[in-house]
Design a protein around this ligand. Structure first.
Ligand code: ZN
Length: 465
């Protein structure tokens, strides 16, 4: 009998233990916004990350304002996935009672375990229904495929971000020279990259805090360009030079290591260059035409290069810049005045200097044997910044020269042409640029009608590229 009681007690304790495990093992779901959400508009896309040990089995989002509540999204699919992102739209389209002003967003998630504990996250949010506005200038915009252009615009309403977008590329805005940072009178210097179809329509865009985006179109004409193709014959000697320098611990055949560098390092370097776009002064640091690097031109902008090894094509890449062959150790000079934002090794570019010329216009010099400047230095036009060489992916002494706008490589040729610079850039934002009436600042008095006449005359002759 004693024995029987003891067994009962043990079984009873086990049942309690199992129930306890079931009831209390359920972990809370961690809810957080995958990107900041401070406001919603008519239909704002929100992304919420739900993180729970065994996943989530039910997620919902509701909005609440003045005592009214509406579920705007619900997902009942059960998933053991640990971190899951729910993307949905919330706004007046989903909850018609919403009015301009404060509201609450209520998120609920149930953990995917036996206990199914529910986590609720309530966030204060603003309802912003008035979209921002953008009015681009009325000028004619002639764009070279692979080149750049500048549009001025007037923004209205409350906005957080604006710029020009063409395909997947975009560039932000700057206040017109001399205007405060938050000025509504702005411009965007934007790239129209080589790999965009010339059918791509560039648009000005503006977004507000609710991520409501408004776009506008402006008059433009794209001049399609034909880019060259070239062939590079790889030899063991060349590949050994590059691989030994850039991938000293790599494994695999020479050609595999070379091709991997050519792809992966090229991509990583492009990202580094892109990230430097915001490291820029909000003013023009340059003056006059940019000075081309001297030397024998070995390749042009956006050459499509086929890499051949033993008669077989092993890779293909687009070369975004100019290669200028040098006699050994020639001085490398800044194409224009600016400020050094990069002076170090940069993968395929070897010893590399990047100069900021203001408003996200930057120039790059690669493969140098020596760098003679450092980050933060101010350099003058044609000041020596280094000595040519063959560091990085270079088979002989040459300088690689590139120019970037908003982190994207463009054809430097336009910037070598003073006429193009005056016509496409300075006539809009340079000294003496025509000021639009929307601008509230008091500019130095100038003979406006004459300036406008000069501007329209320039437009008539503005077809030159
Ligand atoms: Zn190059």
């Amino acid at each position: 009998m004693q024995m029987y009681k003891r067994i009962l007690a043990v079984v009873g304790a086990l049942i309690v233990l199992v129930l306890g495990i079931v009831l209390f093992s359920g972990k809370r779901v961690d809810l957080k916004f995958a990107r900041p959400a401070a406001a919603i508009g008519s239909a704002t896309t929100l992304a919420v990350e739900a993180d729970a040990e065994h996943g989530v089995k039910n997620f919902s989002a509701a909005v609440e304002q003045n005592g009214q509540t509406q579920t705007v999204y619900e997902d009942k699919t059960r998933s053991p996935q640990r971190a899951r992102i729910y993307t949905f739209t919330a706004g007046q389209k989903q909850a018609t009672f919403l009015k301009e002003g404060p509201a609450k967003l209520i998120l609920k998630a149930k953990s995917n375990d036996l206990r199914g504990s529910t986590t609720t996250l309530t966030q204060d949010i603003q309802v912003v229904l008035r979209p921002p506005t953008v009015v681009p200038d009325g000028r004619q915009h002639y764009i070279n495929q692979g080149g750049a252009e500048l549009v001025t615009m007037d923004l209205g309403g409350s906005w957080t971000e604006a710029g020009v977008r063409a395909g997947n590329y975009s560039a932000g805005t700057f206040p017109m020279p001399g205007e405060p940072d938050n000025s509504n009178h702005r411009f965007s210097l934007f790239p129209y990259p080589w790999d965009l179809s010339p059918e791509t329509v560039p648009v000005v865009f503006v977004r507000n805090v609710a991520n409501t985006e408004v776009t506008g179109t402006f008059w433009f004409k794209v001049f399609p360009k034909r880019f060259r193709e070239s062939t590079i014959q790889l030899t063991d000697r060349n590949m050994q030079k590059v691989v030994g320098e850039l991938d000293p611990e790599g494994t695999g055949s020479l050609v595999d290591r070379f091709v991997r560098l050519n792809r992966e390092m090229r991509r990583a370097n492009a990202q580094t260059i892109y990230n430097l776009r915001t490291n820029t002064e909000k003013k023009i640091l340059w003056s006059g035409a940019f000075i081309p690097v001297k030397g024998t031109r070995e390749s042009y902008f956006a050459d499509k290069r086929s890499y051949m090894y033993n008669g077989r094509k092993v890779d293909e890449q687009v070369h975004l810049g100019y290669d200028l062959a040098q006699t050994q150790n020639t001085p490398v000079k800044a194409a224009n005045s600016g400020k050094v934002v990069y002076a170090d090794r940069l993968g395929l570019y070897g010893n590399c200097v990047i100069i900021d010329h203001g408003y996200s216009l930057q120039s790059l010099y690669g493969h140098m044997s020596r760098i003679l400047v450092k980050v933060g230095d101010t350099v003058g036009k044609e000041q020596q910044i280094g000595v040519s060489g063959s560091t990085g992916m270079a088979f002989g002494d040459h300088v690689h020269f590139s120019m970037m706008i908003a982190g994207t490589q463009v054809d430097p040729k336009e910037w070598w042409d003073e006429h193009w610079i005056n016509d496409r850039i300075l006539s809009k934002i340079g000294p003496g640029a025509t000021s639009t009436p929307a601008s509230s600042h008091t500019a130095a008095p100038m003979p406006a009608p004459a300036t406008q006449a000069a501007a329209s005359l320039r437009h008539k002759h503005g077809r030159r590229r």
